[in-house]
Design a protein around this ligand. Structure first.
Ligand code: FAD
Ligand code: MG
Length: 321
């Protein structure tokens, strides 16, 4: 299937998400190797099945440390560091709450308040104990669970980019359900759509043009359910155990590494615009696009991409962090 004369698109469904690979050559065998690679990482990292390396850790919670492969260990180490950033919303130990809300899965509903309070006691990232020599992870309390849903797609997108590069590909794009990583740059750059929150179909607020960068969005409009007239989305506030509630509909991060994008999209989602921009002052390599409920699109800065507004209902505000 081709989009234009030179671009070929390949799709699959993995990690419960639509996956899209774009290449500038017709190469089905390469596309299937890329999908197998993604599947291998899914098999290591998933918490949606009985077995994976992460599930081995979760099942041994309160009992003993579990040694895992070096890449899984390093990813967990990185997720723990992100979980300790002051003021951020990222928490790798959020698993017990994700499992009880079930947002995006069958049976989602608002859990009893007592359940949430009890599970909150199982989400302290300090209770994820790491051992570099043994590459082991120990969850000190029974019932604790790691969930890498806010970081794993970013990590995997980077691995796909590396693999394509290693295979001699100079131009390519991988989209892991909203987690985009690019390799090289076609003429004029890659154009990535910024989705309009809650709009039907493929309505876009604008386009983001990048060259060799990743673009990742955390939004409240992809996975949510409604109960008694209220909307509950999948990014949980580690302080309260309920979906994060602030001025934002989405945050998009642009950076070289998709891993950074995925971490920061969740971190900054919890900080909101002001604190988020303040945090980015120390990171000129990471840029954010905030979409607010007040229909503003706020660019923390725009040094490594170009944004084009397509929706007149929204006001564009460009800051310099
Ligand atoms: P992000 O905004 O980056 O992260 C949100 C996700 O992170 C939530 O869905 C939750 O899993 C977790 N989370 C919530 N709050 C926090 C928090 N405060 N801190 C840290 N993490 C938080 N979906 C399916 O429907 N079926 C599947 O079988 C399935 N398998 C998957 C296997 C793997 C390996 C991965 C990585 C994902 C899988 N998913 C599956 C999707 C997954 O459940 C999440 O919905 C998805 O990872 C969210 O990605 P995002 O970039 O949209 O969200
Ligand atoms: Mg994320």
């Amino acid at each position: 299937m081709s989009d234009d004369a030179r671009m070929y698109s390949y799709s699959a469904v993995l990690m419960g998400s639509p996956i899209l690979l774009k290449l500038f050559e017709h190469n089905e065998p390469l596309a299937s190797r890329v999908f197998s690679l993604i599947k291998q990482y899914e098999d290591l990292l998933t918490v949606n099945r009985a077995h994976s390396q992460v599930m081995d850790i979760n099942q041994a919670a309160g009992q003993q440390p579990v040694s895992v492969s070096r890449p899984v260990y390093e990813l967990i180490k990185c997720a723990k560091a992100a979980s300790l950033v002051a003021g951020g919303a990222f928490n790798l130990a959020i698993g017990p709450l994700v499992k009880c809300w079930k947002i995006g899965f069958k049976g989602d509903r608002v859990p009893p308040a007592g359940d949430i309070a009890q599970r909150l006691t199982l989400t302290d990232p300090q209770n994820v104990v790491l051992n570099d020599e043994q590459t082991s992870v120990f969850l000190t309390l029974p019932g604790m669970e790691i969930d890498l849903g806010a970081i794993a797609k970013g990590y995997i997108a980077d691995r796909v980019r590396d693999y394509l590069r290693q295979q001699g590909v100079t131009l390519g794009l991988i989209n892991l359900g909203g987690n985009v990583q690019t390799l090289g740059s076609p003429e004029g750059g890659w154009s990535i759509g910024l989705k309009k929150p809650f709009a039907p179909g493929t309505a876009l607020l604008g386009t983001i043009e990048v060259m060799g960068q990743s673009v990742v969005t955390s939004g409240v409009y992809e996975r949510y359910f409604e109960q008694d007239g209220r909307r509950y989305h999948h990014i949980l506030d580690p302080r309260t155990g309920y979906p994060l509630d602030n001025e934002l509909d989405s945050v998009t991060i642009i950076a070289r590494q998709s891993l950074d994008c995925d971490i920061w999209s969740t971190l900054i989602y919890g900080m909101g615009v002001e604190k988020g921009c303040a945090a980015l002052r120390a990171r000129s390599d990471i840029e954010a696009i905030f979409v607010t409920k007040q229909r503003e699109i706020i660019l923390s800065s725009a040094n490594h991409y170009r944004f084009t507004l397509l929706d007149d209902d929204y006001r564009l505000i460009a800051r310099t962090v």
